[in-house]
Ligand binder design. Structure first.
Ligand SMILES: Cc1ncc(COP(=O)(O)O)c(C=O)c1O
Length: 362
């Protein structure tokens, strides 16, 4: 049953199918051109319909952030999943159980995690996480732990060593696409060097897996790398626009909201922190909690009307607007925005053509 966007109750999460399809194709074509497998991160959308579009095109498995996501996508036929999160020791039995039904690849960066996986006595696939400069998780590529853990995994009679995995999340701190390219180049070079260092010590690294959306948008060569795991690229968002990773016209997800109250110098919409998230986007530029389209079809953002602050359900706008006015908000971070909704209103132009559920269980 189709319906006009203008008749949709708010707040609603709107997914522009034309833009999604173009983003999926563009990243897949870029991975092809760079000679790497694309293993998209599905945490961005948590939706098997979006995954199907991506995996029909790239067919190299997928990435998830939680076991709940892994279970959901496995139940929908995704049979090769990397759980790209340092493995949670209290969830190992669940992971091993899921690994009976699909190829589940786990991530470690500690001797404790390797020991716990070995104790399970199952032929689990394991990536060794390397810190490529983000400094969130992973072993130092020049330190002793890389060699100690790499040796242990490669020599394990129980575990299957998949290789080295990194995530260039610090590309989100890049002030320009040129700096993002430098981050991506450094990630590539550092991972290739880590593999060569292990090879010199007789430790064979089967594959190198890297990536983030801003690094992938900027990079021009991935010689020596086997696979990439961007996720946000399916939707993009205002953060990616600010980083120069995409145009406003590429952003596929918006929040449709209504003005519910008008003050003297501001107004209130029905999209607060539990619709948009409190992600403030990258530092620098005009502070915003969400940009507002002046003209969606022309991909034009308003110059002076934006979301300036958020409470749980209230979004505060920078200027008074008539009660009842409907607005499309471009979120700072689409992944966190999506995780607050139960479904997408899928649109082609102004027409709602489908509803796709979002699996946000944890
Ligand atoms: C380990 C890992 N790999 C890949 C990604 C995907 O990166 P992006 O969200 O920039 O597409 C993330 C995102 O947080 C991640 O944590």
């Amino acid at each position: 049953m189709t319906r006009e966007l203008a008749a949709l109750p708010t707040p609603a999460l709107v997914l522009d199918l034309d833009k999604l399809e173009a983003n999926v194709e563009r990243m897949a074509a870029k991975a092809d051109a760079l000679g790497v497998r694309l293993r998209p991160h599905l945490k961005t959308h948590k939706c098997e319909r979006v995954a199907r579009l991506q995996l029909d095109r790239s067919r190299a498995g997928a990435t998830v952030a939680t076991l709940a996501e892994a279970r959901y996508f496995a139940a929908h036929g995704v049979d090769d999943l990397t759980w790209a999160f340092p493995v949670i020791l209290s969830r190992l039995e669940e992971a091993a159980e899921l690994a009976r039904r699909c190829t589940l690849r786990l991530v470690v960066d500690s001797p404790e995690a390797v020991a716990a996986l070995e104790d399970l006595g199952r032929p689990l696939h394991v990536w060794l996480k390397v810190d490529c400069g983000y400094h969130r998780a992973g072993v130092d590529p020049e330190g002793d732990a890389l060699v100690a853990l790499g040796r242990r995994l490669a020599g394990s009679r129980r575990l299957v060593f998949d290789g080295l995995l990194s995530h260039s999340g610090h590309a989100y701190r890049a002030a320009s696409p040129e700096i993002a390219r430098r981050v991506a180049d450094e990630e590539r070079d550092l991972m290739v060097r880590a593999k060569e260092r292990l090879a010199r010590l007789g430790v064979e690294v089967p594959a190198l897996s890297i990536g983030s959306t801003p690094a992938m948008a900027a990079v021009r060569s991935l010689a020596g790398i086997d696979e990439v795991r961007p996720g946000n690229y399916a939707f993009f968002d205002y953060t990616q626009v600010r980083l120069g990773a995409c145009r406003v016209a590429d952003c596929a997800v918006t929040v449709l909201a209504s003005v519910v109250s008008r003050g003297r110098a501001h107004s209130v919409v029905d999209a607060g922190a539990l619709a948009l998230s409190k992600d403030a986007g990258p530092a620098g530029g005009t502070a915003t909690m969400g940009e507002i389209f002046a003209d969606y079809a022309a991909a034009a953002l308003s110059e002076d009307l934006r979301v300036v602050s958020l409470s749980q359900e209230h979004g505060i706008l920078s200027r008074p607007q008539p009660v009842g006015r409907r607005l499309r908000i471009l979120p700072n971070h689409s992944c966190l925005t999506v995780a607050h909704f139960d479904e997408y209103a899928v649109v082609r132009g102004e027409e709602v053509v489908d509803r796709w559920p979002i699996h946000r269980a944890r």
